[in-house]
Design a protein around this ligand. Structure first.
Ligand code: GCB
Length: 619
């Protein structure tokens, strides 16, 4: 083939293989603290159409339709029956939003693919105001259209996004159509293989946010650990004087910003720079947030025409040798890992009450810490944990075998990391950002993850950053962690399943640990599986007795032969759905490592862990 022909062929291939990006741009930068804004909820019943072949998106030759020719147009067969319109949202069944689709209809239990959602609603936009369409999370990809026009595309199933729709909302009836696709992606975050249910749908709230032309988009308010003035021993002892600092980012202008924390006597007005970023600092005597006394302060941020309130706590977190220090004092993280699954139907959590049920079990166990695995949980979960005195490990779903060399995969991972940190930057209970779970060591993977860690530190230098790594064998019964990622993490955090994925319970008694680095050791997972009510000899797998014994022996091993242990988050609070669990009569689509069953029953292991945590607490 001559050069011109080759060029022509490549150009033609490119032209046809490029996705249609018109109207499928990235969303607008995230507006934080949505519940503190003036919002109209679009939660409730949405019409839906299941579309495994994506016929509403492209034609039979897979050429994408225009907006008008696609389901985004929200037309209907009944509009004009002389025309061939082979769909109608009005005739369709309904799905609840927020909610996964898998637990709403039996026929959607295993479904992975495309589903169209449509919400029709009346609205009256006000002159001079700006409007954003906000989604708490959509798993996995979402293409959003408003009144027939595509406006944005978002990837990643566990973080919020918002789209500016100023000028696109009509006075009267409006339509929002979302094409949701939860097809697992080899190059996605997560990849196409994981150990949890791939719940699809608009799984978190949808709202229209109304803000003035210039508004407060995001802010971060933190505590500097430096003590500026000692507490005076008086009749009423006062906390030490410290520095509270932060920044507020405006959108659309540079009005003066006032930050007030009335209970601390803070009231600062600052002028933003040309980019609308106002930096401030103030001296104050905050009572520090602790799990025992999770003190939060009312914070008001205002500019002419806009104000936002939040409840913010002040604490600092750091490491010193092999210790984790909370407010300068060593703390042992008595944790548990949690999947964001409801205690009732094992679907995605959609209410604060469902978050509370899980977190109350964690409190009953004696926890001061939760690992919110394996993706950012909903904002209510984090806020409630903060009120209840639970420190949090928050992570992105860079799990197992990610496509480490694919730049698009990296862009997706870093975007999910940024969205997670932006949303929760003010939650003082979050003490660890985690960038990955059990990823196979290679140069490309370590480069990928170390870049994520660097980005997390750049966005937030105040918290610890880590990843759930894996153990390596050093001698016959001696284990260590020698992952090169340790050079970048604050913790030696790893998952280990002695007594379960190893050959027998006795392994726990034989195993000892040694670490070359001096950093806090954190067991991000250990555990065993049992079906609640299944009793038998200690040696029999999936009995409560085996599971309880595995906990006992792991606890003994950690207490006696785990130098530098600073915390643990056993796997896992509640049995959760997973397609990797095929043992009929025992697993039935559930990972049975919950210390609580999927029906809320406490297994023997719950009490073993509770007992250990109460001993640790008493120390
Ligand atoms: C792990 C994973 C977790 C699994 C768990 C298990 O190491 O991090 O996601 O669910 O093991 O039960 O195998």
């Amino acid at each position: 083939m001559n050069k011109i022909a080759t060029f022509g062929l490549i150009a033609a291939m490119l032209a046809f293989s490029l996705p249609v990006f018109a109207g499928e741009d990235a969303p607008y930068p995230q507006i934080i603290n949505i519940d503190g804004r003036n919002c109209t909820s679009l939660n409730g019943q949405w019409k839906f159409l299941v579309d495994p072949y994506k016929l509403g998106y492209h034609n039979y030759h897979q050429v994408p339709h225009s907006d008008a020719g696609s389901f985004f147009a929200d037309r209907s067969f009944d509009d004009d029956r002389t025309k061939l319109i082979e769909y109608s949202f009005d005739r369709a069944a309904e799905l609840r939003v927020p909610g996964d689709w898998n637990t709403q209809y039996e026929k959607l239990y295993y479904y992975e693919g495309n589903i169209w959602y449509r919400k029709a609603f009346d609205f009256a936009p006000k002159d001079g105001m700006r409007y954003f369409l906000y989604f708490g999370a959509v798993n996995y990809s979402a293409i959003v259209a408003i009144n027939g026009k595509r406006v944005a595309k978002h990837l990643g199933g566990f973080t919020p996004f918002n789209i500016e729709v100023t000028g696109r909302l009509r006075d009267g009836r409006n339509s929002v159509v979302v094409l949701v696709d939860n097809t697992r992606q080899k190059d996605g975050i997560p990849t196409d293989n994981c150990d949890w249910w791939n719940y699809g749908g608009i799984t978190r709230s949808v709202k229209i946010v109304e803000v003035p032309a210039t508004f407060i988009r995001d802010y971060s308010i933190q505590l500097d650990k430096t003590v500026l003035g000692k507490a005076k021993k008086g009749r009423k002892p006062q906390p030490e004087v410290r520095r509270i600092y932060g920044q507020v980012r405006l959108d659309g202008g540079c009005n003066p910003v006032t930050i007030a924390i009335p209970e601390l006597g803070v009231n600062a007005t600052v002028i933003p720079d040309a980019n609308g970023v106002a930096r401030f600092e103030a001296k104050a005597r905050p009572e520090l947030w602790t799990p025992e006394k999770p003190k939060l302060y009312d914070v008001q941020i205002s500019i002419a025409g806009d104000d936002v309130s939040d409840r913010i706590g002040f604490r600092y977190i750091e490491t010193d040798g092999d210790k984790i220090l909370l407010n300068g004092k060593p703390v042992f993280c008595r944790g548990i890992s949690i999947h964001e699954e409801s205690a009732h139907n094992s679907g995605r959590i959609t209410s604060v009450d469902e978050c509370r049920e899980l977190l109350e079990w964690a409190k009953e166990l004696g926890c001061n810490f939760v690992r919110l695995a394996h993706y950012p949980h909903n904002e209510d979960m984090v806020r409630l944990a903060e009120e209840m005195g639970l420190m949090v490990w928050s992570e992105i779903p860079a799990y197992w075998t990610i496509s480490w060399t694919n730049p698009a995969t990296y862009a997706n991972a870093v975007n999910q990391l940024e969205e997670m940190i932006t949303r929760d930057i003010n939650r003082c209970n979050i003490v660890v950002w985690s960038v990955a779970n059990e990823t196979p060591v290679s140069e490309a993977r370590t480069l990928f993850l170390s870049r994520l860690i660097a980005r997390a530190r750049e966005l937030d230098p105040t918290r610890l950053v880590s990843a759930a790594m894996e153990k390596t064998r050093k001698g016959p019964n001696v284990f260590t962690v020698d992952d090169p990622l340790l050079a970048y993490t604050d913790l030696i955090s790893f998952n280990q399943y002695q007594g379960w994925y190893s050959s027998s319970l006795d392994d726990c008694d034989l195993t000892s640990w040694t670490f070359d680095q001096v950093k806090p050791v954190f067991i991000s997972e250990f555990g065993a599986g049992a079906l609640y009510g299944n009793h038998g000899p200690v040696s029999e797998r999936f009995t409560e007795e085996y599971m309880a014994e595995c906990y006992k022996r792991n606890i003994r091993m950690m207490e006696e032969r785990m130098p530098g242990l600073a915390g643990t988050t056993p796997w896992v609070l509640k049995d959760f759905r997973s397609p990797r669990r095929a043992l009929t009569g025992i697993q039935d689509d559930f990972n049975r490592k919950g210390v609580v069953s999927d029906k809320g029953e406490k297994k023997q292991a719950f009490f073993v862990l509770q007992n250990w945590y109460s001993r640790l607490k008493a120390k």
